[in-house]
Design a protein around this ligand. Structure first.
Ligand code: FEO
Ligand code: CA
Ligand code: CA
Ligand code: CA
Length: 620
């Protein structure tokens, strides 16, 4: 989520978990922390690679380098249209409001005097707030075997948020129909796409569907059926909101993560006060001023009929992209917090391991480990995401750390909660109790092929005490941390270091701040996407890093006031999909992208398709 709706910025963690400064009394200077880490390598490498004397050498070595493209210069990256490395090109796919299949209802944008999008149309159109996404290839039969296609697949796309003036043409809804426009613009968009005559396009498809704030869902795992999710209205569970980033399971399903769900709730009664638990999740009287509660009591925190509706949000939701009639499933074993993404890998014994960040200042990094082998669980009809242990991270000052289990079997947790369902529903509070390390807004996490797990800490302007894993106070630029678990991802201890402090790139050609989206590709490249005001008037951007030599290069910049987020690739990694989210913050005088620049057409969130002109692997 961006600055425009910076709910992430409020501090709702009242616990006092400050293990390094309070217990170890270590004051870590930025230089000490950077010592021996890539932060230093990156800076010094660029000091030399920027010098023209080394340029010829670099060109000669180019073929052997992991990253071989020409970076987008700082000076080029601040216009109303994107820029891309000269060896690359891009095209636009599925902007907000396009029909999900050809021939569906056409986009009817907000204009003066126009009622904007129609609620019914928006159900059949691409949502707004393009964020995390996954490409699930279709398969084709070869001579001997089946192969995943690089020219056709199902694209699952999160539609995180869209402010009322853009979506409904007014700041406050005046009817339930207005609310429905907004509700239908949120959620997940599933389209089937193909490459035809060199261009990607949507196609007629049985799997194309919209999942939005009113779509029936299932709840699974330890919290399913618990009184904490029951309402007096006896309404069936429905909807997903603020779908930030994503994950994909080894068994071919999509995970969508509910982030700032608190913002969609408000209270119509002035007497309403949040419970302690609601306050820990940031619920207040008017949320982000969507005003859904004004006409839809399900989102009214003061409605006696929907008292626990708010507990039904804040989960990781599993979607089967190939089974359009199967309901999305909220996987409660993964805990309830402001989920950024869910990085899934297979650990020792074939167990499913899921790394997750909770994007709020001073909140935590989590890990889930399934109880046994994922494939044998599935063969027995059990979801690996329903049975297992949830842990939260404590990063120790000496470069090691521990995963602390969030279980009702822990006496300290049992003094506060009655059962495991309560522990999971209020995972933040359980994590406070066990002494997790408060971080600088954990955003995306990605597992690299060498077993290092990378996580972006986007920024924290309110940190006053630095510690080893969050060494800057205030942390205005953000940093990327990495850790390596024992026992092939399943152990309870790990070592960690700082991959890069974004501040170390200041004054270089590779400058970036506010790292957010992140992907470690199978060759070892680290893709970094940004969300926040960039230095040197740069727009938000995507860069590619080589952890082995500290090389970082800017491959793409977005448009004025957008955010670059979401990474998906075809199996051959020769096509990449990324997103521009909230371009121009909707202001047509800032940018009209993806429409041609005319100063009046409202800009639209859109997917950007990236290819290398020579057909090479993206990032090379
Ligand atoms: Fe939706 Fe924390 O970004
Ligand atoms: Ca965002
Ligand atoms: Ca962000
Ligand atoms: Ca984000």
């Amino acid at each position: 989520m961006t600055h425009e709706h910076e709910e992430d910025d409020f501090v709702v963690n009242p616990s006092d978990n400050r293990p390094f400064t309070d217990v170890l009394k270590v004051h870590v200077s930025r230089r000490d922390v950077a010592k021996g880490s890539l932060a230093v390598a990156a800076t010094s490498f660029f000091a030399s690679s920027d010098a023209s004397a080394t340029w010829g050498w670099w060109r000669r070595r180019k073929r052997k380098e992991l990253i071989g493209f020409t970076p987008v210069p700082v000076a080029a990256g601040n216009g109303p249209v994107p820029t891309i490395s000269e060896e690359y090109e891009y095209s636009v796919l599925i902007p907000w409001g396009d029909p999900i299949v050809p021939g569906g209802p056409a986009f009817d944008p907000v204009r003066p005097g126009n009622a904007a999008q129609q609620a019914e149309d928006q159900k059949h159109q691409v949502g707004i707030g393009h964020d995390g996404m996954t490409f699930f290839p279709r398969w084709k039969r070869g001579r001997w075997w089946w192969y995943p296609r690089n020219d056709r697949g199902i694209l699952c796309l999160n539609c995180e948020f869209g402010i009322n003036p853009r979506v409904m043409g007014k700041s406050t809804p005046e009817s339930l129909d207005d609310v429905r426009i907004s509700q239908h613009a949120h959620g997940v968009t599933i389209v089937e796409i193909r490459k035809k005559n060199g261009q990607w396009e949507t196609m007629k498809s049985k799997v194309a569907r919209r999942i939005h704030a009113n779509t029936p869902v299932e709840v699974s795992g330890p919290v399913a059926g618990h009184p904490l999710l029951a309402n007096a209205a006896h309404n069936e569970p429905a909807g997903t909101v603020n779908n930030c980033a994503n994950g994909e399971t080894p068994w071919g399903t999509y995970l969508t993560c509910e982030e700032n769900f608190n913002g969609y709730f408000g209270a119509t009664s002035p007497d309403w006060e949040p419970t302690e638990e609601q306050a820990r999740y940031g619920f207040d009287n008017d949320g982000f001023n969507y005003g859904w509660e004004l006409f839809d009591p399900r989102f009214d925190l003061s409605s006696p009929d929907y008292q626990n509706e708010n507990n039904r949000f804040g989960w990781v939701v599993e979607i089967d992209p190939r089974r359009p009639h199967k309901k999305p499933v909220k996987r409660t074993a993964l805990g309830r917090f402001k989920h950024e993404n869910a990085a899934v890998t297979l650990g020792k014994g074939g167990r499913a391991v899921v790394y997750m960040g909770d994007d709020q200042r001073f909140d935590y990094v989590y890990k889930f480990v399934s109880e046994s082998n994922a494939w044998s669980m599935r063969a027995r009809g059990k979801s690996p995401l329903d049975h297992g242990k949830l842990y939260v991270a404590r990063f120790d000052d000496d470069g090691t750390g521990e995963w602390l289990e969030l279980t009702i079997d822990n006496p300290a947790i049992a003094t506060r909660f009655n059962d495991q369902a309560e522990v999971l529903t209020y995972a933040r509070i359980a994590a406070d109790i066990v002494g997790a390390t408060p971080m600088d807004r954990p955003e995306w996490i990605s597992v690299a092929p060498d077993g290092w797990v990378y996580g972006t800490m986007t920024n924290n302007s309110q940190r006053t005490e630095p510690n080893a894993p969050n060494p800057e106070a205030p942390n205005n630029d953000g940093h990327i941390l990495r850790w390596k678990d024992t026992d092939r991802f399943t152990g309870t201890t790990f070592k960690w270091d700082i991959f890069i402090l974004a501040s170390s790139t200041r004054e270089t050609e590779n400058v970036f701040t506010d790292p957010d989206g992140l992907w470690a590709d199978p060759d070892g490249r680290i893709f970094i996407q940004t969300d926040g005001g960039q230095p040197d008037e740069l727009n938000n951007q995507m860069l590619v890093a080589n952890p082995k030599n500290g090389d970082i290069r800017r491959i793409f910049t977005g448009v004025t006031d957008d955010e670059i987020t979401g990474i998906a690739v075809t199996p051959d990694r020769r096509t990449m999909f990324i997103n521009t989210q909230h371009p121009g913050n909707g202001d047509p005088t800032a940018t009209n992208f993806p429409a041609p620049t005319d100063g009046v057409t409202p800009p639209r969130d859109a997917t950007i398709v990236i290819t290398r002109k020579d057909g090479g692997v993206i990032g090379s």
